[in-house]
Design a binder for this molecule. Structure first.
Ligand code: ADP
Ligand code: MG
Length: 694
């Protein structure tokens, strides 16, 4: 409690609504305002004589009020006649205040901007922007910026705020001459140009982000981003982690020997990359990417074995309970025969069993802990966590990722001397990250790629069917089931509404039950109790259930090799990466598999582009590239995505060359001028810098 005698903090002056709105837009510091760039511009630098006005054109006119009156018919309106010495223009206001009528009195000089219309009484403007001016008042010499704003923040207020922010902001050049790429426009000049362009800079020049002023801003933004990533990497490299070497004949070797298959060359290669990280006394921060079905789980299991062999613990987290359970089954099958104790933690597990599990984790009796994000809940304490594996990392939300980070940071293992030891982290994802993203938003990670599928897989054949041909699809299901194969039928999320989503899946389930007598058709959706979900999933995994109707809960990771047909209903509503993931649920065994995309009409252009991509390619990288093209980087960021876009100006699909330049400069700036690097990051990222490191 505060000491009563201590001076109270002086009551801060109450903030006005526009001030609050500014803060809400993240415009707190002068530099934030200076970097808030216009959406478009208005040309107020010229006056057009009334006699030269043309119907349909926007123009600015100045003149003296020669008449101002309220008409009652055809409806109540204020009509002002403006005369510029040669001709008259009618201004018409259907909504107006008495104060306006008073202000625009006879003889007042007005400067008005608006669209000209050929009205009944000659030329007129309806609701023009009006300003009262003194005779001879100078015209602006630059285009007038129109800024992105919100309802609570009037454009005029924002303009003033930005202008003063721009005037006050520290725009000192932070790039020493030797480091700046040639031809880089000075920052102050670039900002001045973009906020207040000369009238002759046409709208094309301004909108074309290839203009040197835009290039400068994009470069700086990318540079700040690269620097913050490098800093995060440095900070991590200064930390200590337990180092693990895999001894000959140890658990990893025994696991390999017990597997029913041999590793692919790609699996062996990434396995070695991970082993090399684990052998170092610095925390690994590696992303393992590989297309759906490439076999990432076994690579994670081998990494876990290395850690467990050394007497440390490994935690494996999956974004859904279904997926976590599947991992549990697989890992228990592989590792328990070798004497490894596996604990299971999920949100639905409560009471005594949960307490027992927590005790085993805390005592170290459980060497491997599998679960959902329940693994990172507060009550979970590890005896000595050596490795955290996060499957389908992009599926975890921002909060979960931050919580995980915090958890790992305070789950350090015992160290004999010096600071405590941080655990290693291995993230896995089937959504490959396009190159530009890998170089930017993921630059703080090391990346390993499995670029080869296990042998004997036949590529999935993809077919497009109009929704009206459902009967043909049902016939196909019947065939498939008759041959002892299994089928998924996935229903979309409609309008983000779980209720509708459910209706849809339930209705389809009903239809299929009726159309396929004697076939066990199951239903799986997000709202079912966990135990029921697990029961359905295990019936399907065990082969007793032939057809599974599901919502997107099965999207990631589910592995049932005997399934050979995937039907996606309303495929046009799914994202491209999602479709690719779904298709990846089949084609996991030796038999030929089919993915049927049912679509409803009409198709939007983006939906057409997605379905076309699905027909044309199976390559996860190509899919990822096209997805980036169709809808921007959001999908890949997953956990990294915040409300605000992380890059405001640079476009990762277009600016690869700038990314490369920024990368090169970032390394040198940080090494040779660390203080300048620090200022560059603060300038651009401000309060967001912390977040980006998360
Ligand atoms: P993903 O990379 O999508 O997570 P999984 O780890 O689920 O893929 O593996 C897909 C399937 O392939 C599993 O049934 C797994 O046991 C099997 N698998 C993994 N590696 C190999 C391999 N080298 N040879 C044959 N099958 C493999
Ligand atoms: Mg997987």
């Amino acid at each position: 409690m505060a000491d009563a005698a201590a001076p109270k903090t002086a009551a801060a002056p109450a903030k006005s609504a526009p001030q609050k709105a500014l803060e809400k837009l993240g415009l707190r510091r002068d530099i934030d305002l200076a970097l808030h760039l216009p959406l478009r511009y208005e040309d107020e630098t010229r006056l057009v004589p009334v006699a030269a006005l043309r119907d349909g054109a926007a123009a600015q006119v100045e003149g003296v009020v020669s008449e101002c009156r309220v008409l009652q018919r055809p409806r109540r309106q204020l009509v002002v006649t403006l005369h510029d010495g040669q001709a008259a223009l009618t201004l018409r206001f259907l909504h107006f205040y008495p104060s306006q009528q008073k202000a625009w009195a006879l003889g007042r000089r007005l400067r008005v901007r608006g669209e000209v219309r050929g009205g009944f009484l000659g030329l007129e403007m309806v609701h023009p922007a009006v300003r009262i001016v003194e005779p001879g008042e100078p015209l602006p010499t630059a285009l007038t910026p129109v800024y992105p704003t919100s309802a609570q923040l009037p454009q005029a207020y924002l303009r003033k705020a930005v202008a003063s922010g721009l005037a006050r902001a520290d725009l000192a050049e932070l790039l020493p001459p030797g480091l700046a790429p040639p031809g880089l426009m000075p920052l102050r000049e670039a900002l001045q140009f973009l906020h207040h362009p000369p009238p002759e800079a046409g709208s094309e020049t301004l909108e074309d982000r290839a203009h040197p002023a835009w290039q400068r801003l994009k470069f700086d933004e990318l540079l700040a981003q690269q620097l913050s990533q490098l800093q995060a990497r440095r900070a991590r490299e200064a930390q200590r982690a337990p180092s693990f070497a895999a001894p000959a004949g140890g658990l990893p070797e025994r696991l390999l020997a017990a597997l029913p298959f041999g590793l692919t060359a790609a699996q062996r290669r990434v396995g070695e990359e991970i082993a090399a990280d684990l052998a170092r006394a610095r925390p690994m921060q590696r992303l393992l990417q590989g297309d759906v079905g490439a076999g990432k789980t076994v690579v994670a299991a081998l990494a876990a074995a290395v850690v467990i062999e050394a007497g440390w613990q490994c935690a494996l987290m999956a974004p859904t309970e279904i997926l976590a359970e599947q991992h549990l089954r697989k890992l228990v099958g592989w590792l328990e025969p070798l004497g490894v104790r596996v604990a299971w933690l999920s949100g639905s597990r409560k009471g005594r069993t949960r307490r027992e599990m927590l005790e085993q984790v805390a005592s170290g009796a459980a060497a491997l802990v599998v679960g959902t994000h329940a693994v990172i809940q507060e009550q979970v304490v590890f005896a000595r966590l050596g490795l955290a594996v996060i499957d389908e990392q992009h599926r975890f939300g921002v909060q979960q990722r931050l919580a995980l980070r915090a958890k790992l940071a305070d789950a350090p293992g015992p160290a004999r001397d010096g600071p405590p030891l941080e655990p290693h982290t291995l993230m896995m994802s089937a959504t490959p990250i396009p190159r530009t993203l890998a170089m930017t938003l993921f630059a703080d990670l090391d990346i390993s790629t499995i670029d080869e599928l296990p042998p004997g897989r036949t590529p999935v054949v993809t077919k497009l069917f109009a929704d009206s041909r459902r009967d043909a699809v049902v016939a196909r299901i019947r065939d498939e089931v008759a041959q002892g194969r299994q089928v998924y039928w996935v229903c979309p999320l409609i309008d983000e509404s779980e209720t509708l989503d459910l209706q849809n899946a339930t209705a389809t389930h009903q239809q299929l039950c009726e159309a396929l007598p004697g076939v066990l058709v199951g239903l799986l959706h997000g709202r079912m109790p966990a135990a029921e979900k697990a029961a359905v999933m295990s019936l399907f995994a065990g082969g007793q259930m032939a057809v599974l109707v599901a919502t997107t809960v099965i999207e990631v990771g589910v592995d049932v090799p005997n399934a050979s047909l995937m039907v996606v209903e309303h495929a046009e509503r799914f994202g491209l990466s999602q479709l690719h993931q779904l298709r990846g649920r089949v084609g996991r065994g030796a038999q030929a598999s089919v993915c049927v995309l049912l679509y409803g009409s009409p198709l939007s252009d983006a939906a057409k582009a997605r379905l076309k991509a699905m027909l044309e390619t199976h390559d996860g990288f190509e899919i990822a590239r096209r997805d980036l093209e169709i809808r921007g980087p959001g999908e890949f960021l997953g956990a990294r995505q915040s409300g605000a876009p992380l890059l405001r100006f640079a476009d990762l699909t277009l600016d690869e060359a700038l990314v490369r330049q920024a990368r090169a400069v970032a390394g040198r700036l940080l090494a040779e001028h660390p203080q300048l690097a620090e200022r560059q990051v603060a300038r651009w990222l401000g309060a967001r810098a912390e977040y980006l490191k998360a």
